[in-house]
Design a protein around this ligand. Structure first.
Ligand code: FNR
Length: 351
């Protein structure tokens, strides 16, 4: 594991550990996977404009999001069933993130009980909410997370049903034995696509933000925003912040890479709450570019499951350490002293 120097190295090791259908479930995207590829490619089209002799010294990576301290502008994106990658699941992830002062967004489909997750980290925990047709189920999940000490909700808005993930269709993907949601009532969860089609509420509108706020005191962020128009509506509806995300290319193939739409979302939100970005972040320079284009922080998806697969909490720790070290390197070598010093002058499109 210590030979892995990049997140791509970790992915290569993880691929050998996971069964092919689970690897495909994690790695795959919707349709032809154009959006999935573009999430990565877009970072390769941006160059950093370093400043020298700034006297900035060792950068400070710490930041504050929703009145909580983060050791770096990096959190763990909501990912279903960490138990698919390692038996300790979300508890291992939370331990690794918590030891580093980094937050974790826990999926509605977590494979580990919220209370067990909360017991092993003092860093912020947010609950990702899938709103079900049965609001009582959604409400029970939210209340359980709030009781466990979670600090915010993240409503995933881009999933009226699961996207057409052709790898999973071809594999006839079902959850491996023993993998099930730990915070939902027993049911038939074997096929995520079929469960989503039957149980997710496809009719949601912006009033769902008000409903969530009526059942909890926690701030609500909206994940899956890809336009300035929706960012504005999210804030008007009472959202505390937005997450620019195309679900890692897993929902609609053909939507733009997240970095492309980040500036219009930042402009629309206009400082009324944090703007986070996920999708394709694999290097410290990717994090810095996202900050420069206005993100307050980024969330990391697949690499976390890769880390879990290769070594549980130690593997996730390795992934987070690599990214933090690379970000430190990138900030040092561009003369960026702190997260708030990263601005548009730091980047330029390919020329
Ligand atoms: C996800 N994602 C996701 N999002 C969400 O809101 N709830 C969820 O339960 C899940 N589950 C999930 C499982 C797996 C295996 C993957 C790969 C992704 C999407 C996730 O939060 C995030 O948007 C992307 O993964 C970010 O892109 P990268 O970093 O994986 O490129």
């Amino acid at each position: 594991m210590n030979h892995a120097l990049t997140l791509d190295d970790v992915a290569g090791l993880a691929r050998a550990r996971l069964s092919p259908p689970v690897w495909d479930f994690v790695a795959g995207g919707a349709g032809d996977e154009r959006t999935l590829a573009a999430n990565r490619d877009v970072f390769d089209r941006v160059w950093l404009r370093p400043r020298v002799l700034t006297g900035a010294g060792r950068p400070g990576l710490g930041t504050r999001v929703l009145e909580a301290d983060w050791a770096a502008p990096i959190g763990v994106a909501p990912l279903a069933y960490h138990t698919m990658a390692h038996p300790e699941g979300e508890a291992a992830t939370a331990r690794a993130a918590g030891e580093r002062g980094l937050p974790l967004v826990v999926s509605t489909f977590a494979g580990t009980a919220f209370e067990q997750i909360a017991a092993v980290t003092a860093a912020p925990l947010w609950l990702q909410v899938y709103c079900f047709r049965d609001r009582a189920t959604t409400r029970a999940v939210v209340e359980r997370a709030e009781r466990a000490g979670f600090a915010a909700l993240v409503l995933t808005a881009d999933t009226p049903h699961l996207g057409r993930r052709l790898r999973d269709v071809r594999n006839g993907f079902v959850l491996p034995p023993g993998v099930a949601p730990a915070n939902l009532a027993p049911g038939d969860y074997a096929s995520p696509a079929a469960h989503g089609r039957d149980e997710l509420d496809p009719d949601l509108d912006w009033s769902v933000i008000g409903w969530l706020r009526s059942i909890t005191a926690l701030p609500v962020l909206v994940k899956g925003v890809l336009t300035g128009e929706d960012a504005r509506l999210a804030v008007q509806a009472g959202a505390a912040g937005v997450i620019v995300s195309n679900h890692g290319g897993r929902q609609l193939d053909g939507v733009p890479p997240t970095l492309r739409v980040l500036p219009e979302v930042v402009q629309a939100v206009a400082g009324r709450g944090p703007v986070l970005l996920d999708g394709g972040v694999r290097r410290g320079t990717d994090v810095l570019v996202a900050l420069a284009l206005g993100a307050d922080a980024v969330l990391l998806g697949r690499p976390v499951l890769h880390g879990l697969a290769i070594g549980g909490a130690a593997g996730v720790g390795r992934v987070l350490d690599i990214l933090v070290e690379e970000l430190t390197d990138a900030m040092t070598l561009t003369g960026t002293g702190s997260v708030k010093d990263a601005g548009p002058a730091l980047v330029r499109e390919q020329w």
